[in-house]
Design a protein around this ligand. Sequence first.
Ligand code: HEM
Ligand code: HEM
Length: 246
Amino acid sequence: MQTWLYIEVALMFGSGILGLGHHYFWIGTPDYWLTIGGFFSALEPIPLVAMVVHAVYDTGSHGFKNGNHPALAWVIAHAFGNFFGAGVWGFMHTLPQINLYTHGTQWSASHGHLAFFGAYATINIAFFYLAIQHWRGNVWMSGGMTHQWRWQWAIGLLNVGVIGMTVALLIAGYEQSFIERAVEGSSWSGYFAAQNHPDFQSAMVWRWLFGVVTLAGLVLLIWDLLTIGKGESRKALAITEDVASS
Ligand code: HEM
Ligand code: HEM
């Protein structure tokens, strides 16, 4: 389905370049950026939806065998992370009428974290696992029965941690948009009313706790990347051929 790929890429550039206009709403640029940025960035999720549809339709159609479980798991995390972090979390505050209230609140930080982690960190980590597999001599990359818990816990803790941070920041951003902007009209006292509100303060505590979970996942990930595949003798290719011929 190569045609689809071209359509997706065309949509990506078509919406993405002018869609960046959502960063030009309130920085002293001419008013036409409200229309351009709002319109084109609202189209940005379309190629992201198309990619998810494409991925779901392609699943199983190749019947591939996979000798690198952590890499595949991180690619799957990427498919979801990109779609939700950029597509859904971005779309939520991209219309200027909404962004007027959310701009510069923790809402941006909520989207920023899920988008960067979901779209970029995940795919990089998948490539790290592929590179290490190659480096160790194309061995079977599962960590073996004794060590596979490391990459499994690393991906689990990192995803739970970042999603937890995202939700906590979203609650904080919602509260700021509501109290500081909508109710108090962006006033000086409104800023402090929002900062001192119990919902905001507890969201900051939750953000901190999930940050610790994220950090724990990162430490485990680094440990796993340094050790996985060492001393492994089963070749991924040989296993693939075994499975294919059986
Ligand atoms: C991989 C894709 C993406 C990444 C890594 C990303 C990352 C970010 C980051 C870091 C910010 C904060 C910037 C700042 O505070 O100056 C941001 C803001 C924003 N992004 Fe994204 N984003 C992505 C895709 C999208 C998409 C597809 C949309 C729209 C559908 C979107 C809509 C927005 C909006 C509306 C803001 C807030 C602008 C503001 O109020 O200043 N983003 N993004
Ligand atoms: C222990 C985990 C983490 C902590 C404690 C943390 C903390 C922070 C803080 C305090 C900010 C500044 C927010 C502000 O200006 O209001 C920030 C911004 C940012 N962080 Fe993180 N972060 C963590 C993990 C991550 C991860 C995993 C990613 C992505 C891979 C990431 C990407 C970003 C980005 C893109 C921004 C800029 C967002 C914006 O401008 O709104 N962070 N982070």
